[in-house]
Design a protein around this ligand. Structure first.
Ligand code: NDP
Length: 254
């Protein structure tokens, strides 16, 4: 038996980074996985990689800000694999960076739609599918930014991501009696496209690394291991939590 034997999972934001690593790990642990994001080619490559390793996955490309896509991901899980047990709602963008007084309303709305409204839409369709199975595990990707640490120039990201923690708590108490667990994971700096987009110079990367007790950031695979914990029965008494997997950046003062 592996951690997700006989489970069906959705991983949204699976075309790169943390989502890509998590989808591969879920499949290796026995789950049948529906992988979502906008880039078809990257998703197809992921499905091929999972199949080559003996796993099972199906790709459905789309934009998580659209309600029809949120529903279609759940329909695909149900029609192809018979139901839904785990949903990793991992999509995120940095959104506008820089002085908050210079942020345009449309950039703000786009980031809030992508980071927060997408999670509401995901849960709206995922929860009933899980309740129909007698329970399940929902996971949102938040961040320490805006939760334990304030960073200048990241207000849109911080506000939209910390909103996920409120959503996590509300859903956890609303659907706990129906067997649905809801948790947020709060990664620290992780070596992905997003991290590289934010830290383009060696100087910036050296500064970021200096904030961590380990003097390094995480690999996507390290974050995926903690997502697997929240997805699996190993965390059966954990709900409504904001699990920090941030390498101690929040408490480091050196
Ligand atoms: P990536 O940029 O590699 O991954 C982001 C994923 O989201 C991609 O698969 C992207 O795919 C998808 N995505 C973005 N917008 C949409 C959309 N509108 N509809 C569907 N899919 C979308 O970055 P990470 O792996 O780093 O990020 C994963 C999560 O981790 C994010 O929520 C991020 O905020 C969070 N995080 C990351 C940290 C880091 O240091 N890297 C630290 C803390 C949290 P596509 O472009 O194909 O649509």
């Amino acid at each position: 038996m592996t951690a997700l034997t006989n489970k069906v999972a959705i991983v949204a934001g699976a075309s790169s980074g943390i989502g890509y690593a998590t989808a591969k790990l879920f499949a290796r642990e026995g789950a049948k996985v529906v992988v979502g994001a906008r880039r078809h080619a990257k998703l197809n490559a992921l499905v091929a990689e999972i199949a080559a390793a003996g796993g099972e996955a199906v790709a459905l490309a789309g934009d998580v800000t659209e309600e029809d896509y949120a529903k279609a991901l759940v329909d695909t899980a149900t029609e192809r694999f018979g139901g839904l047990d785990v949903a990793f709602n991992n999509v995120g963008i940095l959104g506008p960076m820089g002085s908050t007084t210079e942020v345009s309303l449309s950039d703000w709305r786009n980031a809030v739609d992508t980071n927060l409204t997408s999670a509401f839409l995901g849960a709206k369709y995922q929860v009933p599918a899980m309740v129909a199975r007698g329970g399940g595990s929902l996971i949102f990707t938040s961040t320490f930014v805006g939760h334990t640490v304030g960073f200048p120039g990241l207000a849109t990201y911080a506000a939209s991501k910390s909103g996920l923690i409120g959503l996590t708590q509300a859903l956890a108490v609303e659907f706990g009696q129906q067997g649905v667990r809801v948790n947020a994971i709060l990664p620290g700096g992780t070596d992905t496209e997003m991290y590289r987009e934010m830290n383009t110079t060696q100087e910036a990367r050296d500064f970021i690394v200096s904030l961590y007790p380990f003097r390094r950031i995480a690999s996507p695979e390290e974050i995926a291991n903690s997502v697997l914990y929240l997805a699996s029965d190993a965390s059966s008494f954990t709900t409504g939590s904001a699990l920090q997997v941030e390498g101690g950046v929040s408490i480091n003062r050196t």
